[in-house]
Design a binder for this molecule. Structure first.
Ligand code: GLA
Length: 386
């Protein structure tokens, strides 16, 4: 049974009536532009054909009941008694966080019953949490009879991550989930907050490898963000008129290199280089220079290893193996890093064989299991039925 039918059937079985609304929000892959979003930079990402579906209806009381159709896990809370800062570590916090954040924006969420079901791998770097937030948020808005601008919806999701999970993440995951278009990459500018659709080059496919190293985006992620902020402070003190790393060109950074602590310099070098690579990547795609685009993906990963230190041996092994396979165009880690997934741009007619060989050879070489999948660029989040 498809996940959409599954969450509807589970709703009927659990609550004895039909849901009032059914929503879907996809996970995402970061294609190029690593840790640039919170530096007001640009990113190329894609919404994928893995998503979280939600079926929901008014409960008629203050009580809310929640069920995860995949794990069978159940939760409940009173919609008018949600703690402003619930203790992190429980999936229900994302939902509670949404209720609180909506309340702050003048949207009173009525009591509801809800079922969710997801096909996005958890804690892998494919934004399972943004998919959950955006699908539940769409459902809650519908039940409350309210609308929010999509950028505000993204901010509500980000506030959940920042305040209820403790990761100081940017807006990339929510933007990608909301603005994806079938067959297209999403080009996001996190200064102007504008997005544009960039066609995925014809004849290519995206292969994803899950290293099964679960990443958590609290400690290391926040430390990287602080290093970026420190770089900006130090460059300002050095006389540079910059507001964010977005304003720093690679040449300016090199000129100031000797006056920055080496660690801070390397973190900034990654971000500044990534923003330049995104812009070069957009030009390469526009001009049909696919090999150049793939090379930029490879360079991004090398910079993660050397400068940002957000890779790990498992991700490096997957990237190296992938690059040696027929049909390879480019490969890199995708998302926060420190585990999670790698993304591989592959010639479409080789994609299935590539995914199979990557999984098999990774096991032979390392003795460890990795899951591979071919992903397509899907439509962004939306209400499927109401
Ligand atoms: C995570 C965060 C995003 C972004 C990426 C790295 O996915 O949630 O905001 O910072 O890492 O680019």
């Amino acid at each position: 049974m498809e996940m959409q039918e599954r969450v509807v059937a589970a709703f009927e079985a659990a609550y004895g009536r039909r849901p009032g609304v059914v929503t879907r929000a996809p996970g995402r892959l970061e294609i190029l532009g690593n840790h640039t979003d919170y530096n007001e930079g640009t990113v190329l990402s894609v919404a994928v054909d893995r998503a979280t579906w939600v079926s929901a209806g008014l409960s008629g009381t203050r009580e809310c009941r929640l069920l995860d159709a995949v794990s069978g896990s159940r939760r409940g809370f009173r919609v008018d008694a949600v703690e402003a800062r619930p203790r992190p570590g429980d999936w229900v916090n994302y939902v509670k966080g949404l209720v609180v954040e909506l309340g702050r924006r003048g949207v009173a969420v009525p009591g509801f019953d809800l079922v969710l079901g997801s096909t996005v791998p958890l804690s892998a770097g494919m934004s399972s949490s943004a998919a959950l937030e955006m699908s539940v948020l769409l459902a809650l808005l519908r039940l409350a009879g309210r609308d929010l601008d999509w950028r505000e919806m993204a901010r509500v999701g980000q506030a959940c991550e920042n305040d209820y999970v403790g990761a100081r993440t940017g807006l990339l995951d929510q933007f990608s989930s909301l603005r994806g278009q079938a067959g297209h990459l999403v080009y996001s500018d996190f200064r102007s907050l504008e997005v544009a659709a960039v066609p995925l080059p014809a004849g290519t496919a995206l292969v994803v490898a899950n290293s099964m190293v679960r990443h958590t985006l609290t400690g290391e992620y926040n430390e990287r963000r602080e290093a970026c902020e420190e770089a900006v402070r130090l460059l300002q003190a050095d006389g540079m008129a910059v507001r964010a790393l977005r304003d720093v060109t690679p040449a300016c950074l090199e000129a100031a290199a000797g006056r920055l602590p080496p660690r801070v310099y390397r973190r900034a070098r990654h971000v500044v280089g990534e923003i330049a690579r995104v812009e070069a990547g957009v030009a390469a795609l526009r001009e049909g220079r696919l090999r150049d685009f793939g090379r930029l993906l490879n360079e991004s990963h090398e910079s993660s290893i050397a400068n940002f230190e957000n890779s790990c041996p498992e991700l490096d092994a997957l990237v190296a193996l992938g690059r040696s396979l027929p049909g390879a165009l480019g490969a890199r880690l995708s998302g926060g890093g420190f585990g999670g997934i790698t993304v591989h741009l592959v010639e479409a007619d080789q994609a299935a064989a590539y995914a199979e060989a990557l999984q098999r050879q990774y096991r032979t070489r390392t003795g460890q299991a990795a899951e591979t999948m071919v992903c397509t660029a899907a439509e962004g989040a939306g209400v499927m039925a109401s």
